[in-house]
Design a protein around this ligand. Structure first.
Ligand SMILES: N[C@@H](CCC(=O)N[C@@H](CS)C(=O)NCC(=O)O)C(=O)O
Length: 324
């Protein structure tokens, strides 16, 4: 794993020495928006209109952030309009690569480049950035539209409605004010919380992450005993943002990231809720457990130096969820 500094690749693990052992996620660099009329969005520059075939998504099947974008591509009927390349699950000294010797890794189907960093360099040869997925690429302007998943899913939610005719809304106006604090808490303590626990390099940093993570899971378990979805009767982006972390919880985060006070399956409502979401039409096929389990255990040498891939728990995501 590494990062680009002034266009040069440096093979370097996350620096936790300056933060008292705490993992700090860096801000995404590319923050443009595709909008119905090409007007600039809340950040970035304009000119990104919702044209069929113009955009390409680079994802990892292992990555919970990239997974969000794949789910929205399915839910919003965008599969015909936005093409996809899938990186190899092993992220080693070259970062994400386009090697294809693993079932489901497609290579760079646009340019045939060897590494994900080459996509960042194509956008800006002098860039200083981590090389993260997802990457939403514009084939026309040959640049990165966005590498921030929370913003990519909002574009997918509404910008292409005129093209697809799909008007399902996962960020409805009337729920936005209520969604914001729930997203924030789940991002900080769960989505990013598992990483803060897993990548901690001091006991204190781990302790600081693990308590709020399970407090939030307890809170969510109670909430899901009263309603089908996080915001009530309607499925929203908040559910999908939580789903991609919870679906990885027992196979990866429980053991590899030491999030082990409880398993997901010890929370009856949350476990049924995750099965409900998993079984949603189009979503099941976005979950690739082989890449998920392989990536984390094989790539994180500081956590699992012998790269032994655990067998993993037997989980039946297709078991009836009884939440309808
Ligand atoms: N803010 C980004 C975070 C994406 C992210 O951190 N992706 C991870 C994979 S799960 C990554 O590519 N990490 C490589 C690195 O940090 O060097 C988003 O939500 O889109």
């Amino acid at each position: 794993m590494g990062l680009l500094v002034d266009g040069a690749w440096h093979d370097r693990w996350y620096d936790t020495t300056s933060t008292g052992g705490k993992f700090k996620r860096s801000e995404a660099k590319f923050r443009n928006w595709i909008t119905p009329d090409g007007a600039p969005g809340p950040s970035g520059t304009g000119g990104f209109t919702p044209d069929s075939g113009r955009y390409h998504l680079y994802v990892s099947h292992a990555c919970p952030w990239a997974h969000r974008t794949l789910i929205f591509r399915q839910l919003k009927a965008l599969t015909k309009h936005i093409s996809v390349s899938v990186v190899h699950p092993d992220m080693l000294t070259d970062g994400w690569t386009f090697e294809t010797d693993d079932h489901g890794a497609t290579g760079d189907t646009l340019y045939g480049l060897p590494f994900a960093r080459d996509i960042y360099l194509k956008a800006d040869p002098q860039i200083t950035s981590r090389v993260t997925v997802p990457i939403l690429w514009d084939k026309e302007r040959e640049t990165i539209v966005s590498n921030e998943s929370s913003e990519i899913i909002r574009m997918f939610n509404s910008a292409f409605n005129g093209l697809t005719g799909n008007t399902d809304d996962y960020w409805p106006e009337e729920l936005r004010a209520a969604i914001a604090p729930v997203n924030d808490r789940i991002y900080d303590t769960v989505n990013n919380g598992v990483y803060k626990a897993g990548f901690a390099t001091t006991q204190e940093a781990y302790d600081t992450a693990i308590a709020p993570l399970f407090d939030t899971l307890d809170w969510l378990e109670a909430r899901m005993s009263e309603q089908r979805y996080l915001m009530g009767a309607q499925l929203t982006e908040t559910d999908w943002r939580l789903f991609t972390t919870l679906v990885r919880f027992d196979p990866v985060y429980h053991g590899h990231f030491k999030c082990n006070r409880k398993r997901l399956i010890d929370y009856p409502n949350l476990w049924a809720y995750v099965r409900d979401l998993y079984q949603t039409s189009g979503v099941t096929e976005t979950v690739n457990f082989a890449h998920i389990i392989r990536h984390y255990h094989y790539s994180h040498e500081t956590i699992n130096p012998h790269r032994i891939i655990p067998l993993g728990p037997e989980l039946d995501f297709m078991a009836p969820h009884h939440r309808g």
